[in-house]
Design a protein around this ligand. Structure first.
Ligand SMILES: [Fe+2]
Ligand SMILES: [Fe+2]
Length: 317
């Protein structure tokens, strides 16, 4: 019988070799807990994220825009499903995960607690929010837990479509009438800072980072990822002829990166702790959707039971 020390050595050796950890492998309890938290927060973010954009499906300015937005929101539901399934392989049930979300015990990305006020927000959300999600998620394709990593490969492909559809909306508005361009600028003004907050607290204040990097759950720090996003997005804003709302934003030749102003960390913590513009309504809508969907789950279960019974019957015959 192997003891925990040996098991832990084998686990670490696997990580060092860059091999995946699979559901049946032994893993430290803290690794399991950290991953359940991270994967389920990610899953919750996908399905809560359907709300701010879902609100605009009926108001999309053309049939084409409506079809594209509908497909995008549907993709996010799919991402939620892959991720809940990945979390379930760690020994937690879907019911438990949803219960944690509905009772406010589990968190989801704070960005979805902001309002989407105009059609230009559909552009800014796709361009900036999905763009930031890609930067966070690309590294997760090489995360150490197999099922999570494989889910991320598929998700990342779809996210790049999301980002481009948002940028395309911004391009159309920025090249439109002065009013449309002003609408695009206003959306950029409102979404820029909350998007930068998506990368989480500063490295000096992030308590989860060290373990996550050691276990190869996360491969780059919050500040590194935030910098990457800023560096990549400035040229895209210039191409649109829009101005990023940060007077301190400036290319730093020596560092080879953009310098930028300080995030309003008070706002960040307020939204994280539940005092954002939409925290309350997002949860209320989610719980109602779950309750209203109870008959669908019941019907699916009844159908599955009937089918299993029929198949068992035909085996006997
Ligand atoms: Fe997604
Ligand atoms: Fe997305």
């Amino acid at each position: 019988m192997e003891n925990t020390v040996q098991l832990e050595e084998q686990f670490n050796a696997k990580l060092d070799k860059g091999e995946f950890i699979e559901p049946k492998d032994w893993m430290p309890e803290k690794y399991r807990k950290t991953l359940i938290r991270q994967i389920s927060q990610h899953a919750h973010s996908e399905i809560i994220g359907m709300q701010p954009e879902g609100n605009w499906i009926t108001r999309a300015p053309s049939l084409r825009r409506k079809a594209v937005l509908l497909a995008k929101v549907q993709d996010e539901a799919g991402h939620g499903l892959y991720l809940y399934s990945a979390a379930e392989t760690m020994g937690i049930s879907r019911d438990e995960l949803l219960d944690q979300l509905h009772t406010g015990k589990a968190k989801y990305s704070s960005i979805f607690n902001y309002q989407t006020l105009t059609w230009a927000d559909m552009g800014a959300v796709g361009w900036l929010v999905d763009g930031a999600a890609i930067i966070n998620q690309v590294m997760l394709q090489r995360t150490s837990y197999g099922p999570y990593s494989r889910a991320m490969v598929r998700i990342c492909k779809e996210e790049s479509f999301h980002q481009r559809q948002g940028y395309e909306i911004m391009c159309a508005l920025a090249a439109g009438t002065p009013e449309q361009k002003a609408m695009a600028q206003d959306a950029l003004n409102r979404w820029w800072w909350p998007t930068l907050m998506m990368f989480g607290p500063k490295d000096s204040e992030s308590k989860n980072s060290t373990d996550s990097i050691r276990w190869k759950i996360k491969r780059e720090t919050n500040d590194e990822l935030r910098q990457k996003f800023i560096d990549r997005t400035v040229a895209q804003a210039e191409h649109l002829g829009l101005v990023i709302p940060d007077p301190e934003l400036k290319w730093n030749e020596e560092r080879g990166h953009y310098d930028s102003g300080e995030i309003n960390w008070e706002e960040f913590w307020n939204v994280v702790e539940g005092r954002g513009p939409c925290n309350h309504i997002r949860l209320k809508v989610r719980v109602a959707a779950h309750e209203n969907g109870a008959w669908v789950r019941e019907a699916a279960n009844a159908y599955a039971a009937k089918k299993a019974k029929r198949e068992a019957g035909s085996l006997v015959a």
